[in-house]
Ligand binder design. Structure first.
Ligand SMILES: [Zn+2]
Ligand SMILES: [Zn+2]
Length: 231
């Protein structure tokens, strides 16, 4: 039960942050904080709402279903050392960062079938936080499933993962997914690292060949020469 409570807490927190950032982005007060001037999108408000609701419900179902179905194989309850909690969470996020980079760069950007799936997300050229849920449902399913696949890989090596490790790593994953779409330059202190991730993802949305594929850290873009800093 505790793990479900932690995951629900992460989802609620991400939803609150998404709402605040989106409302601020749409208000005149954000004029000097927008990374790029907002561009209109080809699809209308009702299409956005339909996709948003579909993906929000699908995400809730997948998070609940994957956790419920895989709980006996992946997770350990009970006390765990802070070192273990830190390392397991970091290992899962590092694996996710690597595999998401590969999936995003090749199937989503180069392979014909999934490129058309991912193109839905790229319709938005100047995203705001709510656009983190403007996706094809296949992309939502693949992206979320990858979190549990990476958890499984950690479990294969290190044994069942503490629910606390997964709890904080899922919080970071959910929150980053929202804030990198904010389209906003927040005050440098304390948000400079977030601003960096947001700016590079904003550049990624400019087109299907804009690079900057990774989302948690820029590590694999830097390693494989796909990091783009200039506008
Ligand atoms: Zn992309
Ligand atoms: Zn995006």
């Amino acid at each position: 039960m505790l793990l479900y409570a932690m995951l629900a807490g992460s989802i609620v927190a991400a939803g609150v942050v998404m709402t605040i950032l989106t409302v601020f982005y749409k208000s005149p007060a954000s004029e000097n904080r927008q990374l790029r001037e907002e561009r209109s999108r080809p699809s209308g408000a009702s299409d956005f709402r339909k996709r948003w609701v579909l993906n929000a419900l699908l995400s809730l179902g997948l998070v609940g279903g994957l956790t419920y179905g895989l709980y006996p194989y992946l997770f350990a309850e009970g006390p765990a050392s802070l070192t273990r909690i830190a390392l397991e969470g970091l290992a899962m996020l590092a694996l996710y960062d690597f595999f998401y980079y590969l999936v995003h760069r090749y199937p989503f950007h180069e392979w014909k079938v999934l490129r058309s799936v991912h193109a839905v997300h790229h319709v938005v050229k100047t995203p705001s936080a709510a656009d983190s849920l403007y996706l094809h449902p296949i992309e939502t399913t693949l992206g979320l499933s990858l979190v549990w696949v990476c958890t499984g890989l950690v479990v294969v090596v290190a044994g069942p993962m503490s629910i606390y490790s997964f709890g904080w790593a899922f919080f970071v994953y959910s929150m980053l997914n929202v804030v990198i779409h904010s389209g906003l330059r927040l005050p440098a202190f304390p948000f400079a690292p977030i601003n960096y991730l947001t700016e590079r993802h904003q550049k990624h949305h400019v087109g299907m060949n804009a690079k900057n594929y990774s989302s948690v850290t820029p590590t694999f873009d830097l390693l494989f020469g796909t990091e783009v800093r200039s506008s």
